[in-house]
Structure formats: C-alpha cells, structure tokens
Design a binder for this molecule. Structure first.
Ligand code: SAH
Ligand code: SF4
Length: 354
C-alpha cells in the first residue's frame, strides 16, 4: 500500500519530490484548499501529478457517522483504510462576538478533539475506549487527517483559529513518535500553522514519556488525567498507576517546560461516591502545591454496562468551591458538547463497529 502524503513533514517530502518548491504548492492544495485529488492541483505539472499518484495515497479516512449535540459540537466516526474506526469531535468554544459599533470582536472559536490510537492499552476502569482493548497506533497522517477532514466538511477556512486537544481515543504518549510528528505537521507555517501552544496533549500519566516529551521542548500544553488523589484508588481506576504512581507524575510535571502564560491542566473525572468528596479536594490541593495548575472537573458520563455513576451538581460545586476559595483555578466541564467529547468511544460503541 502507498503511504499517505499526510504522513510526511515538509522536509521529508522535499527529499522525495523535485523540484522542492513544488512541495509548498502541494501543501497549499492539501492544507489550505482541502483538495484530496492530485488531478485537481491546478498548478502542478502533469508528469509530477503522475509521480505523486504513484508514490502517495490520499483519503486516509471516511466519515461513517456523525452526531451533533445541542450546543453545536459535532462528533465524527471515521473509518480507517483497514476498516477500524476512531472518533474526533469539533467543539465550538465560543460564538462570534461583536463590539457595540457592530465590528467583529472575535470569530467563532473551534477546538478539535482527536484520537491517537485505535483502542487503548491503558485500560482505565471508567473508559469506554478501553473496553475494546488495543488495536493499533494511528500514523501521523491518520492523526493529521482527522482535523483536515473536519475542517473540510465544515468549510472552516484555512486561516481560522483552531485549537487541538489530544483527548480522543487512545493514549497519545503510548504513540509518542507519531503524535510528535503530527504536532510538527500541524504547526508548520506553510500548512495548518497551528502553533504547539494551541495544542494540548492529555495523558493518563506515563511519567517517563512526559519527561521525554518535555525534553523535546515543543511548546505543547500538557493535561494530566489524574482522577484520584491517592495511589490505592488510582490503581483501581487506572491500572497504569502501578507502573507510574502519583508522585512520579508530579515529578515529571514539575520538570515539564510550561509556557509562561500557560498552566498544566489536571483533569479530574468526578465519579459519584468514588472520588467526589471534599477530602479528595483537600488532598488534590496539597498535591498541586507549587505547580502552576488548572483543575478541570469532568462529570463522569455513564454508558450502558458501567458500574459508575454521574456525580450530583452539588458535589461538583462543593469540590470546585473548596479549591477556588483557596486560590486554585478550577473549572467544571459542563457543556453538552464537551460532555460527548469526554466520552470518546461512545459513538463507536453505538454503531457497534470496531
Ligand atoms: N488517554 C488520554 C487521552 C484520552 S482520554 C487520557 O486518558 O488522558 C480523554 C479524557 O476523557 C480523559 O481525561 C478520560 O479520563 C476522559 N474520559 C474517559 N471516559 C470518560 C467518561 N465515561 N466520561 C467522562 N470522561 C471520560
Ligand atoms: Fe486510555 Fe485515556 Fe481511556 Fe484511560 S482514559 S483507557 S488512558 S483513552
């Protein structure tokens, strides 16, 4: 099978395609005009088009289902070339806003949540993605193409501001090389030009890989899926904690290079009667001591067959209040769209496709 052209960084393509200035033109067709047929690349000579067709494949993904939530967020189920499926979500963070004189203050803001693997090895007890086990890593191109496809079908102009969160299916640090490559392809100024400081990688806490990612110093934002404040509970919820305990994660976070204007995000999935007590909030606060952190409380999103329950709004508020009163930035993720995104794996489940 031919490799997908999205798997390559510009420099790599320049070693394969000549003359090299054609690469920028091809990138313009692919990443700015969303063209996925070499024939439609108007300014590319015929013989080069032929060579491209012989060397590279396009169209790595096909949309098999989509689901719109009331706030306008849209979740997509993509089929890969080998028949497996992954999810990605387009979140509309903010509608466009206008000044009193009618001038545009800012345009609509988008965030896209993308997957890094088919399934996941980490096996968290609360996660639907984990239920299907691990199938395979996504290639860099398959990661890149999720956003590209979403921009294309929603006619989001190339120059519109889009943020990326690696919070879909899979553990991105378990597929570090391909994810790093995708981060670089996304940020290339001649392509989608999404700077790493608009990309956030969420991890279940593979401490050694957090250290490795930090040493690469890409400028990417980090989110830690903490979910529990003591090792005993965290091991039950997230078996990975046996290999990388909470202390090791905190050490890795302390060494991680964080942009001066940014914070490390700590995601805390709140599950009724499991981790929703104020004593946990207290422990969390002491764990975060000295770290420039932002806590994001997530409502557990139940699905058929799970033993876990959604927490009450009161317990969420109490938890948040405890932290905020003591100066810790903390938000509650409550929008419907974010709700579906936090439960990646659910559309795939409904369609009963793996
Ligand atoms: N593997 C990475 C990134 C993907 S999971 C990680 O775990 O961080 C993205 C987020 O969705 C994680 O914080 C995860 O805990 C959360 N999540 C998983 N199942 C969920 C559910 N049923 N309801 C709400 N959030 C869930
Ligand atoms: Fe994997 Fe993240 Fe799900 Fe855990 S929560 S099983 S790490 S995708």
């Amino acid at each position: 099978m031919l490799p997908f052209i999205y798997d390559f960084m510009q420099d790599e393509l320049k070693e394969i395609i000549s003359p090299t200035f054609r690469v920028k033109q091809i990138w313009n067709w692919i990443y700015h005009k969303y063209i996925d047929d070499f024939e439609e690349m108007g300014n590319i000579p015929k013989d080069l088009k032929q060579q491209l067709k012989e060397k590279f494949a396009l169209k790595p993904l096909e949309i098999v289902a989509s689901q719109k939530s009331i706030d306008g967020s849209i979740k997509y189920l993509f089929r890969l070339h080998d028949g497996h499926t992954v999810e990605a979500v387009l979140l509309q963070m903010k509608d466009e806003e206008y000044h009193e004189d009618g001038a545009l203050k800012h345009q609509k803001r988008y965030t896209v949540c993308i997957s890094s693997q088919v399934g996941c090895k980490v096996g968290c007890a609360f996660c639907l993605t984990a239920k299907g086990g691990f199938v395979r890593n996504l290639s860099a191109g398959e990661i890149v193409a999720q956003l590209l496809m979403i921009k294309k079908v929603n006619e989001i102009a190339a120059n519109r501001r889009v943020n990326i969160v690696y919070m879909g299916m899979g553990e991105p640090l378990d597929n570090l090389d391909n994810v790093v490559k995708a981060i670089k392809i996304f940020s290339d100024k001649d392509g989608m030009a999404i700077s790493p400081n608009r990309q956030t990688l969420s991890t279940s806490g593979l401490s050694s890989k957090i250290e490795k990612l930090g040493r690469l110093d890409l400028g990417i934002n980090l989110a830690i899926s903490l979910h529990a404040v003591d090792d005993e509970l965290r091991e039950k919820l997230m078996p990975i904690n046996k290999a990388y305990n909470i202390a090791s994660i905190m050490d890795a976070v302390r060494n991680f290079p964080v942009n001066a204007r940014k914070r490390v995000m700590f995601e805390y999935l709140v599950i009724k009667d499991v981790n929703d007590d104020v004593a946990s909030a207290k422990k969390l606060l002491s764990l975060l001591n000295g770290i420039k952190a932002k806590v994001n409380l997530i409502y557990f999103n139940p699905y058929g067959g799970t033993e876990f329950q959604r927490p009450t709004p009161e317990s969420m508020q109490n938890f948040q209040e405890y932290l905020v009163k003591r100066g810790q930035l903390c938000t509650i993720r409550e929008s419907k769209g974010l709700d579906i995104s936090a439960a990646c794996g659910q559309l795939r489940e409904q369609k009963d496709i793996s």
